[in-house]
Design a protein around this ligand. Structure first.
Ligand SMILES: [Fe+2]
Length: 496
């Protein structure tokens, strides 16, 4: 089956749905300007997302919609003609939810590819491609998973999202910083609308601006996503209920309102399963289990006030990055040994990276060393065969061996970490591939300062990890190329 992204146009056989697609000249304005998305693939269901917003940049955050709730129809089909939909239903796009829709399309076949679309106010949405997961215990076809993070609209064009769509992946992991919260600053490639966002209307409008980008919409329409937020989806470097600093100045009540608004807007605009926790597991037959972590909401504050520091307090055993409950949840899931590969999708740098002066990033797992040790020892004790950590946040690409004892380079390699660079953050970057701190951290094996994403091809025998890079985000349309490829073999942690 060809899995292409296209805008529906003039297809027949749509009993009761009409055939008009795209902007119309009369009647309500075209409401699907923010595109479609899918996510959370299960063996029998997938979440379908859209938002009605004829004017996504409207300052009130309501996208040009009135206060009426609107009924939206959706269809799922095995073919792009939708001649015989296999599932259909209606959802209510509520004003209270900024007219976002999260429809759970159920009754689907496992390990199958589908097309989907919506209809509302006399208009059809674009058509998206999605798929379901293989059944528990079932053997699975090879799977191409893309991982991405950190798409600051001001830092560049979203070309990497376009190239991701062209890969026709089976699944996309978005590891945080889907939006950036900062004020518009002139002099960049593009400019955020408005001041730093602290209100629900502001976050909704920011999603409207980001989803106005056709490259981002293409990445959503091509495959199901598993997305987790990081700090910039809310506020730079926040930790749990704590702010790292009082910028912008907010009272505690204002901060609570901001945080709630940011999470609410994130849930509204990403194809998450309604009511689901952000840390969750998604099975992919016998091939893989995806453990998605939330490393922001439950963390202790950064040690020594955050930043890059030599901080003995970072070692305190009581400190946790995901929180003790989520640590236990992760280890319980890893102990189930449901699949060949245990992929841990999360936000911040996992491997130790300490410079010669003992300075490390207090926002990353180096600032929560006991928490990392508990997880690493925990998966070794549980004989987890193939743990692979997938990471965003640092705006550069890395491949790391995870060590039983980072102070001893000869100690066992007990896992692997792949860090996916950014979509745009940090700008064009450079050709530099010399590993920062590599001399004192020999387990860090690869580094690149280019923008792009990570492509992992999963088979029962091995993972092939390709670091995909684009050389420019300051100009549109850059091609993508593979900078380096690594293998991870079943039963042999670490990259080769
Ligand atoms: Fe970022």
């Amino acid at each position: 089956m060809h899995r292409r992204i296209f805008v529906l146009g003039g297809l027949g056989g749509l009993s009761g749905l009409g055939a008009a697609a795209g902007p119309r000249s009369s009647g309500p304005a075209y409401p699907f300007s923010m595109g479609v998305a899918s996510g959370e693939p299960a063996p029998d269901s997938v979440v379908l997302w859209t938002r009605l917003a004829p004017f996504p940049l409207a300052e009130d955050g309501h996208g040009g919609m009135s206060s009426a709730d609107i009924t939206v129809e959706w269809q799922v089909s095995a073919t792009p003609s939708f001649a015989r939909p296999v599932a259909r239903g209606t959802s209510t796009a509520r004003f209270a939810d900024a007219h976002t829709v999260h429809a759970v399309a159920g009754g689907l076949a496992p390990d199958a590819e589908y097309y989907y679309r919506f209809r509302a106010q006399g208009h059809h949405s674009p058509t998206g491609s999605t798929r379901t997961a293989p059944a528990p215990g079932a053997s699975a076809r090879d799977l191409v998973v893309l991982a991405a993070s950190c798409a600051n609209l001001e830092a560049g064009h979203f070309t990497a999202y376009r190239r991701m769509a062209e890969e026709r992946p089976g699944l996309i992991l978005h590891l945080g910083d889907y939006i950036y919260e900062g004020a518009g600053k002139p002099g960049h490639v593009r400019e955020h609308l408005g001041p730093e966002i602290v209100t629900l209307a502001g976050y909704r409008r920011r999603y409207g601006q980001y989803k106005s980008d056709p490259d981002l919409r293409a990445a959503h329409a091509c495959a199901p996503w598993l997305a987790v937020p990081d700090d910039h989806d809310v506020e730079d470097d926040f930790a749990g209920t704590h702010r790292l600093d009082d910028r912008p100045p907010l009272t505690p009540a204002q901060w609570r309102i901001r945080r709630d608004a940011a999470y609410r807007a994130y849930r509204e605009h990403l194809p998450l399963r309604p009511g689901s926790r952000l840390h969750r597991r998604v099975g992919w037959g016998r091939l893989a289990t995806f453990h998605m972590l939330d490393t922001r909401q439950f963390r202790d504050p950064q040690a020594c006030g955050g930043g890059y520091r030599a901080c003995p307090g970072a070692d305190r055993p009581a400190r946790s990055l995901p929180g003790r409950a989520q640590e236990a949840w992760l280890l319980d899931g890893l102990a189930q040994h449901r699949a060949t590969w245990d992929l841990i999708g999360q936000q911040v740098f996992f491997a130790e990276q300490v410079n010669a002066a003992g300075v490390a990033n207090m926002d990353a797992w180096d600032g929560y060393r006991a928490s990392r040790d508990r997880l690493q020892r925990g998966w070794v004790e549980r004989r987890v065969r193939n743990p692979v950590v997938l990471t965003g946040d640092v705006h550069t690409a890395w491949a790391n061996d995870l060590k039983a004892d980072y102070a001893d380079p000869a100690s066992r390699t007990i896992g692997t970490e792949l860090v996916c660079t950014s979509i745009t953050s940090r700008g064009d970057g450079s050709r530099v591939t010399r590993i920062p701190t590599g001399a004192v951290n020999p387990h860090l094996r690869f580094y690149s300062d280019r923008r792009g994403y990570l492509r992992s091809t999963l088979t029962p025998a091995e993972i092939t990890a390709d670091f995909r890079a684009i050389d420019a985000v300051s100009t549109p349309g850059a091609p993508v190329r593979t900078l380096r490829s690594f293998k991870i073999q079943n039963g042999r942690p670490g990259i080769i």
